[in-house]
Design a protein around this ligand. Structure first.
Ligand SMILES: [Cu+2]
Length: 141
């Protein structure tokens, strides 16, 4: 009873840290005035319809709700049509948009956050999209 809300939000924060942790140091844009984190619902991402969640915060870790996000998903091999989408409304810094992964495998998601002051923060994330079968397999390890 008393853990009702603690467990789901704990998992969510952990996922954010895991994903942003591997990209933050090497790819952070020097002129960035905002920090961007990414996760998916469900996580790990599976082929088909999922939701993408981007968390945008300022240098003091305060949520930024009025950014306009341009999101582009590409696969690591040639010949794929990129996924393009936008997100413009947020709650507590979390921008959530539906996204349909058209193929399983390695994707790069590039995010541009256009801020109210006219500056742009950029971040990209590499993630693997699993098939339903792979998801089942990794659950049993
Ligand atoms: Cu592909």
């Amino acid at each position: 009873m008393r853990n009702r809300f603690v467990i789901p939000s704990g998992i969510f924060v952990l996922v954010l840290v895991l994903i942003s942790g591997c990209t933050r140091t090497s790819h952070q844009n020097k002129t960035a005035v905002a920090k961007i984190g990414l996760t998916t619902i469900p996580f790990p991402a599976v082929m088909g319809d999922t939701r993408l969640v981007l968390h945008v915060t300022d240098q003091q870790d305060q949520p930024i709700n009025n950014a306009e996000l341009s999101i582009k998903g590409d696969m690591s091999h040639a010949g794929m049509v990129p996924i393009l989408t936008k997100a413009t409304s947020a709650e507590n810094g979390y921008y959530e948009v539906p996204i349909t992964w058209t193929m399983s495998g390695d994707w790069r998601v590039q995010v541009e956050a256009h801020l109210a002051d006219g500056t742009v923060a950029k971040q990209h994330f590499d993630l693997r999209v699993l098939t339903e079968d792979e998801l089942c397999t990794s659950d049993h390890k």
